[in-house]
Design a protein. Structure first.
Length: 318
């Protein structure tokens, strides 16, 4: 398989040269972030892993959850949270198909993004793979992207061969909506992918479809975005015609130097995305109030945006 990295060396090599989740570039001095890592796929079982009588008992008792024909998850291994449960089933479906893929097929696109822990990945409704040896392959539940004779970088993720984060990012930029694509581009820069490498990969992929779209997104990519929501908000702010939007703009105050999520310098406008957990702690709430007051003293105005606001982001920036 072209470009495949030995599983025992994958994490080391990728962290150094492929932009693998595990290396984080901090854009705000003194900041700490959860280190992004590939997700863990739940354990799956074949029908043959059980004696027939036991298999029937487990099915009747609702203790087995089908993943695909002949493959199952244990109900007790699935999370209670509806979102997490759906995600676990998606990962299990990708893993079971990947186990039986012929050499010459590589998990890619949104399926690779899910395995690599990319943010806000939606279920494509199938397992996406790239076919780089022009194999005659067809399977229910698998979408094949034909890439004959194309060299694709790959690494192992939970024993599954997938396209590297930087290749995965570029492929996603080509097919996602502008706001979702910008969230992926920002994330790719934050985990250590280099902008020049992403642009080079976009130019080198043989299929032209989506290339111009990806170039436009990469022109706006910014490692200073700390969440997908900030990236989506920045996209719509730019699309609405506002002046240049900066990320992590430092503001020197009487207390200390603070950094704004987003700032429109020309308007002296600070735009902050407030996640739900942010103000659960009273001390955090008080500290944020002091921070905002100190920044306002420097002539800045604030716009605070929540998850609910993003449900109608066009109206928000109108």
């Amino acid at each position: 398989m072209p470009g495949k990295v030995d599983p025992t060396q994958a994490e080391m090599v990728a962290a150094v040269s492929l932009g693998y989740p595990g290396r984080m570039t901090l854009m705000r001095p003194g900041s700490t972030y959860a280190r992004p890592v590939p997700v863990t796929t739940p354990q799956v079982f074949r029908s043959s892993d059980f004696v027939k009588r036991r298999l029937v008992q487990l099915k009747r008792g609702g203790q087995l959850v089908p993943v695909k024909a002949g493959w199952y998850l244990l109900e007790r291994d699935l999370p209670d949270n509806k979102y997490e449960r759906r995600r676990a089933l998606m990962l299990a479906r990708i893993h079971t198909h990947a186990l039986t893929l012929p050499d010459g097929l590589l998990v890619s696109h949104r399926s690779a993004g899910l395995l690599l822990g990319f943010p806000s990945m939606q279920d494509p409704g199938c397992v996406e793979v790239s076919n780089f040896r022009d194999l005659q392959f067809s399977r229910t539940g698998v979408r094949v992207h034909k890439r004959p004779n194309e060299e694709l970088e790959s690494i192992y993720c939970n024993s599954t061969a997938v396209t590297t984060p930087r290749v995965t990012a570029v492929e996603l930029l080509r097919i996602l909506t502008p706001s979702s694509a910008l969230a992926i581009a920002d994330y790719a820069l934050r985990i250590g992918c280099q902008l020049e490498d992403l642009q080079s990969i976009n130019r080198s992929l043989s299929l032209p479809r989506g290339r111009a779209h990806a170039d436009r997104v990469l022109a706006l990519a910014d490692a200073g975005a700390e969440s997908p929501q900030e990236s989506v908000l920045r996209h719509w702010t730019i699309a609405a015609g506002f002046p240049e939007v900066l990320t992590q703009r430092p503001v020197h105050t009487r207390i200390k130097t603070y950094f704004l999520d987003m700032a429109i310098e020309e308007l002296k406008l600070a735009i902050e995305y407030d996640g739900e957990p942010k103000y659960a702690d009273r001390q955090v709430l008080v500290a944020e109030k002091r921070r905002e007051d100190a920044i306002r003293e420097q002539g800045w105005e604030f716009v605070r945006v929540t998850k609910e606001d993003l449900r109608d982001v066009r109206a928000l920036v109108a």
